[in-house]
Design a protein around this ligand. Structure first.
Ligand SMILES: Nc1nc2c(ncn2[C@@H]2O[C@H](COP(=O)(O)OP(=O)(O)OP(=O)(O)O)[C@@H](O)[C@H]2O)c(=O)[nH]1
Ligand SMILES: [Mg+2]
Length: 433
């Protein structure tokens, strides 16, 4: 069995599935149901048909089997009667739990992380996304290798010489996975260097990155602003790759907008880590645009998840603008007013109905103006050799020439300020800030 085959392919192996969750005793039941609902959506996105859902109220999940014996028996019986092939659990299960559950239920067991990984694997298109997903899958698989897998295809460098004396198949598998992980990491390093170079070659253009919970409407907003032909779908994780497009701020300033993979509650940590290069666009952006689906009942939970994920990615040191999307779905515009009182600094739009997009762009402009430092300099013609540097380090807002040189009005981003001052301090006419 190849390493890939050791990962469950939901489409092939399990059209008929049940979902299983533990609800925290004394917790918010309505919310528990809603979050459980999300698992069902994920399962359907992966290609499974959820035939039944099971949940049990517990103070905390049970160590060995996650749920209690009675519930297990109930699921087992249901699975037998209804030809269920797969049980999907709403948490990350330990390798031991998976093993125990499979033995007990006699069907395949998949946890939330495995499910999300499977969706990513199905949807990955570019070599970058594929490599990142595979890395996450291998890291996920590593501690979950069990004795039931006895063969390994030779294509990954197995075979003669790889088997030490007395080594078990699991140890061989582990070693092969480790080698593979190293190779994937190397490949990603190359990809990362290439996209770093691409980003640098864009020069000094301000960049805005759309982030947010999956299905919030990031791609739709991208399309509304830049007319980019991006993929939009009412499914989770429609977008896996980063798209970047040029657009203009109201002042005419050239800018770049990027759309990227969405976040979700309990996202596997391997996945976040291995999507480093895809998320680099957000990490390197000047401004973060956090898109929230305000029509979702638990949008406040979504905001929390996104904030936590951004913190994990160490994206905390830049201006963040919260954009509430899908206001066309709110019952009355009055509702928007209520929300507006709670989130006074946010913008309310409908990406698909093109509502308030202009206001949003004005807000982008405001962010940009606030973040940059404005200067006026006079550069004599004999200093023409510095012009290249000036163009690289600043945004020229206006230029006026006279007999001896040129006046420039410019903006300098914080990160270029030191370099700029070093070279041009002596030419500054009046500092407007
Ligand atoms: N009613 C309404 N629906 C919207 C709006 N914006 C987006 N949608 C719908 O919401 C769904 C998800 O939109 P996407 O733009 O694909 O969402 P996304 O945030 O890019 O999602 P992922 O790429 O999966 O993370 C689609 O069915 C859109 O048509 C809006 O303003 N109003
Ligand atoms: Mg998208």
């Amino acid at each position: 069995m190849s390493l890939e085959e050791k990962l469950i392919d939901v489409r092939k192996k399990a059209e008929r599935a049940v979902t299983v969750a533990v609800f925290k005793k004394g917790g918010d039941r309505e919310m528990s149901y809603e979050l459980f609902n999300e698992l069902e959506l994920l399962a359907e996105t992966a290609g499974a048909e959820v035939v039944e859902t099971f949940h049990q109220e517990l103070t905390r999940p049970i160590g060995a089997t996650y749920i209690g014996k009675g519930k297990l028996a109930e699921i087992k019986e249901f699975a037998k009667e209804n030809k269920i092939a797969l049980a999907i659990f709403d948490d990350e299960l330990s390798p031991v739990q998976i093993r125990n559950l499979e033995k007990e239920l006699e069907i395949k067991v998949l946890d939330r992380s495995g499910l999300i990984l499977d969706i990513f694997a199905q949807r990955a298109q570019t070599s970058e996304a594929k490599t990142q997903v595979e890395l996450a899958q291998m890291q996920y698989l590593m501690p979950r290798l069990t004795r039931m897998w006895t063969h390994l295809s030779k294509q990954y460098g197995g075979g003669i010489g790889t088997r030490g004396p007395g080594e078990t198949q699991i140890e061989v598998d582990r070693r092969l996975i480790r080698t593979r992980i190293e190779r994937l990491k190397d490949k990603l390093k190359v990809i990362e260097t290439q996209s770093d170079q691409k980003r640098r070659s864009r020069g000094n253009v301000p960049t805005f990155a759309l982030v947010g919970y999956t299905n919030a409407g990031k791609s739709t907003l991208m399309k509304a602003i830049t007319e980019a032909d991006v993929y939009i779908e009412n499914k989770l994780f429609a977008t896996l790759d980063t798209t970047t497009r040029k657009f203009s701020l109201p002042s005419g300033q050239d800018s770049i907008l990027s759309d990227t993979v969405g976040f979700i509650r309990k996202i596997p940590s391997h996945l976040v880590a291995s999507f480093r290069s895809t998320l680099a666009e957000a990490r390197e952006a000047d401004f973060i645009i956090h898109v929230v689906d305000i029509s979702h009942k638990y949008f406040a939970e979504h905001i929390k998840t996104v904030d936590t994920t951004l913190a994990k990615l160490k994206i905390t040191d830049k201006p963040i603008l919260q954009v509430f999307n899908k206001i066309d779905l709110l019952d009355e515009l009055e509702m928007v007013k209520v929300y507006q009182d709670h989130y006074p600094d946010s913008i309310f739009v409908s990406a698909s109905k093109n509502m308030n997009i202009e206001t949003l762009l004005n807000k982008f402009q405001e962010l940009y103006d606030r973040s940059s430092n404005n200067f006026r300099i006079f550069l004599p013609y004999e200093q023409a050799s510095l012009i290249q540097k000036l163009f690289a380090l600043t945004e020229i807002v206006e230029q006026k020439d006279d007999e001896t040189g040129s006046y420039y009005e410019l903006k300098v981003q914080d990160e270029n300020l030191f370099h700029f001052k070093n070279l041009f301090e002596q030419f500054i006419v009046e500092d407007e800030k």
